[in-house]
Design a binder for this molecule. Sequence first.
Ligand code: GDP
Ligand code: MG
Length: 164
Amino acid sequence: SKPIVAIVGRPNVGKSTLFNALAGENISIVKDTPGVTRDRIYADISWLNYNFTLIDTGGIEPDSGDVILSRMREQAQIAIETADVIIFLVDVRQGLVDADFQVADMLRRSQKPVVLAVNKVDNYDKFLADTYEFYNLGLGDPHPVSANSKLGFGDLLDEVVENC
Ligand code: GDP
Ligand code: MG
């Protein structure tokens, strides 16, 4: 069956925006709507000759608790268990934060292929230099994208399907 690609990352980094932009239609809800997002987190994506299923883990509801970090860890764990490739999404505007390191540690230990995408790079002249700090996550090359402006998708998807 088709490979599964999961988007993981902190709240508000743009997971749902990226998911919707890649899926090409609004099949995920951008704002959290408890009880509604559950069936809207999957999309079938085609890129070149590849087909894969994309999952927005931000729409996965936690079993318990609503502390952001524990919820993120739970979503990352589900991605590790189900996905063939993980897109780890971070936010160039907020920069590197501790929660990014914690999730990066989980992903690195899982030994699953991880593609690091740095979102909100709407303007390369302004933000590209700021993407280099994400090398510190130890997950390889940061791929600049703008989910809003649909920039950087080609390079990102090339890297994803190479790892499928
Ligand atoms: P999620 O919580 O990770 O699913 O994040 P959302 O997709 O809900 O996006 C959170 C906020 O970031 C929203 O206000 C989006 O409009 C904004 N956002 C998402 N992608 C981009 C982007 O590429 N550039 C900018 N400037 N804002 C973005
Ligand atoms: Mg979301």
